[in-house]
Write a protein that binds this ligand. Structure first.
Ligand SMILES: [Zn+2]
Length: 201
């Protein structure tokens, strides 16, 4: 059930997404190297200089600094604002779609896990256990609170035939024929592969 959000609450979800995205950037940089994500504090990967809190505000600091380190003026990777922006957009979309609900929490957790895995894979070809294993565990824990719509799992596993074939008609192709256009003429069918001819396509 969706609870209607005010625009301010959707903006809050986006801001939370940007902060989570900032943390995901730390995870993307450090987890593949088995480094701690809590210490030491953020440093410029080029000059090693510490990054002050006001230079570490998601998206905003990148724009204010013109995409360059304050100390050495070397370019900051576009991955940092991209991950923050993408996570913010996904959280905003989840809040808009599901409101304040466990379904929105499920969406945000899945989004964060997928963003981390995507960029970690792109940069290092490593998928950290912290996200694959704990992401799967989070999915299991959230499943009773935010179950998937009925019929979705059979649809994913078995495909469209699972929803279209009935007990009295175990052949999904035959069932589709009754819904679709007429069977091809014998002449067309003779030139068409067997299964395709039976389902009229
Ligand atoms: Zn620097």
């Amino acid at each position: 059930m969706k609870t209607q959000l005010s625009p301010w609450l959707s903006a809050y979800a986006a801001a939370l997404g940007a902060i989570i995205g900032s943390f995901l950037n730390v995870c993307i940089s450090r987890l593949p190297a088995d480094e701690s994500v809590s210490a030491p504090r953020s440093r410029c990967p080029r000059c090693g200089g510490g990054i002050a809190w006001y230079d570490n505000i998601p998206i905003v600091s990148f724009l204010l600094l013109g995409g360059r380190c304050r100390a050495c003026r070397m370019p900051i990777s576009w991955r940092y604002p991209l991950v923050e922006l993408l996570t913010a957009a996904l959280f905003w979309a989840g809040a808009e779609r599901w409101g304040v609900s466990w379904a929105a929490v499920r969406w945000c957790v899945l989004s964060a896990v997928m963003v981390e895995l995507l960029f970690s894979d792109l940069e290092t070809r490593i998928l950290p256990d912290e996200f694959t294993l704990w992401g799967a565990a989070a999915g299991v824990m959230l499943s009773p609170l935010a179950p998937l719509p009925p019929g979705l799992i059979p649809l994913i596993v078995l495909g469209e035939s699972a929803t279209r074939g009935g007990e009295n008609n175990p052949d999904p192709f035959a069932r589709r024929c009754s819904d679709g256009p007429p069977l091809p003429s014998p002449r067309t069918a003779s030139r068409t592969p067997h299964s395709v001819a039976r389902c009229c396509r």
